[in-house]
Design a protein around this ligand. Structure first.
Ligand code: S3P
Length: 188
């Protein structure tokens, strides 16, 4: 466990990472409700602050601009907030500065799902709304999926969500969080 931070374990933000369409927002909202915490969807917060949708930001300002805004917001949230549940866009965690801030100040949960499950069940639902999937062949998307796994592997805990209902995934996360709290801060 990374111990570069002085934020008490029980107050650290809980951060959900994983590939597009893994269910980070839905599951994050449920975890927030179960733990009586506020939920922040980083993509929604970027859209609110920029006054544009993510596809509009990509189209009008470019991906590099989006990544900069995304990185700055996440580092700020990690450094200056606590007791939140955060869900990150699927590409955010590829940025080293984002990973460092999340691992140092938060508890990072990787929502893992298999390529086959994702391709069958999730891809059809999101293919038209995610700019990074635009104009890519299935082979290219598969490559992106596997390329990202080495970054996602840097987490504190993992939940395999193939076949799980969002409610069940959220329950597993809450159970695992409570276990970590008891192990790392038994006397609080
Ligand atoms: C992206 C994922 C999206 C959003 C943007 C880029 C990515 O979020 O941040 O379209 O590069 O994987 P979701 O993971 O919520 O789809």
């Amino acid at each position: 466990m990374n111990r570069q931070t002085t934020i008490p374990f029980r107050e650290r933000n809980i951060i959900l990472i994983g590939f597009m369409g893994a269910g980070k927002t839905t599951i994050g909202q449920l975890v927030a409700k179960k733990l009586y915490r506020d939920f922040i969807d980083v993509d929604a917060e970027i859209e609110r602050r920029q006054g544009m949708s993510i596809p509009e930001i990509f189209a009008q300002k470019g991906e590099a601009y989006f990544r900069k805004v995304e990185r700055e917001l996440i580092v700020d949230l990690c450094t200056n907030t606590r007791l939140k549940i955060l869900s990150l866009g699927g590409g955010a965690y590829l940025q080293e500065e984002v990973r460092r801030a999340c691992l140092a100040h938060g508890i990072v949960f990787f929502l893992d799902l298999s390529w086959d499950y994702w391709k069958e069940e999730r891809l059809p639902l999101i293919v038209d709304s995610r700019p990074v999937l635009k104009n890519k062949t299935l082979e290219e998307v598969e490559q992106l999926f596997f390329q990202r796994q080495s970054a996602y592997a840097l987490h504190h805990s993992r939940v395999v969500i193939n076949e799980l209902e969002a409610e069940q995934a959220a329950d597993q996360i809450v159970e695992s969080i409570k276990w970590m709290w008891d192990v790392y801060e038994p006397n609080r």
